[in-house]
Every structure is written in structure tokens, then in C-alpha cells.
Design a binder for this molecule. Structure first.
Ligand code: NI
Length: 179
């Protein structure tokens, strides 16, 4: 983690069912260059502090197609900032992995997604890149890109499982506010 990231301001993370989480984020253009330059370090700082392995700009109330990810194990750091990320290929093979979300705190569920994806994006230097993701990174990048389209991991669950999870979340949030 660079000094820039640790010194960046922390941003409040919106919690489900905040309607902002359901909006589609805008494509980042040259006009957003300064805004994104400030947003990315603040998103990394917020994500590491949580701690979380991924964060999408709509989760901090900014409807821009920006994602931060770091799936490196504890102690290591592999920060990945993705601007306008797009999935351009996905394996037919799927895999089930347990997911959580900073906007759905302390609730976890198994989600089925393609095992491998090819992602095109721009990095924080605005250089076009492509990566092939698998394992935890594949799930994480798909989860974060979903956020840019107003989709949450709970949307992949059956209505029954989703309702149970969201009720537990609402109860926990109510108790938190009561303290
Ligand atoms: Ni999430």
C-alpha cells in the first residue's frame, strides 16, 4: 500500500437497500480525469480499511465506472484499479464461491459465476489493458462490475434465500443504529 493510499480520505460506504446501489454508473471520460485521480486512492483507502477485497464507485455514492480490487492474501498487496471495466469473454465452466459485500455487511452466500473471465479496462494511468482472471479474482471482478450496473450478489440467490439474508441484514443494521 502506498502512502498516497493510506493518506487518502475514507469514504462512507452505502448499505443495501440504499437506492444509489441500484443505479447504472456512467462511463468514465476525459472529463472525469481529475475526479477519478482523487477517487481511486480514496477508494483503495476505504477498501483496505473496511477491510474488503473489492469496491465499486457506486458503493461510495459516485456513479462512475471505477473499481478497486486487491485479492492478495494478508500482508501482500496487489492493488488493481479498473476504469470502464468490461467482461469481453467468459468460460462456459462455472464455479461456486462464497461472496460478501461491503454494502451487505456480514452476510455471505454462495454465488455461481463463470470460472474464468477476460476483462478489458483502463488502469489508473489510463492505459488500456486486458487480464484473464480466475479463482477469487474472477469472482471479485464480476461482482464489482455488477455493482456498476446496479446488481448485487444477492440478486443471484433464490427469492427465499435473498429474503432471509436481507431480513438478517436489516435486523443487524437496526441493532447497530440502536447502539
Ligand atoms: Ni460488493
Amino acid at each position: 500500500m502506498s502512502d498516497l493510499q493510506t493518506e487518502a480520505p475514507l469514504l462512507p460506504v452505502l448499505i443495501c437497500p440504499d437506492p444509489q446501489l441500484r443505479k447504472v454508473a456512467r462511463v468514465v471520460t476525459e472529463a472525469h480525469r481529475e475526479e477519478v485521480a482523487a477517487l481511486v486512492p480514496a477508494m483503495f483507502a476505504t477498501m483496505y480499511k473496511a477491510p474488503g477485497i473489492g469496491l465499486a464507485a457506486p458503493q461510495v455514492g459516485r456513479l462512475l465506472r471505477v473499481v478497486t480490487i486487491d485479492v492478495a492474501p494478508d500482508g501482500a498487496a496487489a492493488p488493481l484499479a479498473l476504469i470502464n471495466p468490461e467482461i469481453i469473454g467468459a468460460s462456459a465452466e462455472t464455479v461456486v464461491q462464497q461472496e460478501g459485500c461491503l454494502s451487505v455487511p456480514e452476510q455471505y452466500a454462495d454465488v455461481t459465476r463463470p470460472a474464468r473471465v477476460r476483462v478489458r479496462y483502463m488502469d489508473e494511468q489510463w492505459v488500456k489493458r486486458e487480464i484473464e482472471a480466475e479463482g477469487l479474482l474472477a469472482a471479485c471482478v464480476q461482482h464489482e462490475i455488477d455493482h456498476l450496473n446496479g446488481v448485487l450478489f444477492v440478486d443471484y440467490l433464490t427469492a427465499l434465500k435473498r429474503n432471509i439474508l436481507l431480513r438478517k441484514l436489516a435486523k443487524a443494521q437496526k441493532e447497530l443504529k440502536g447502539k
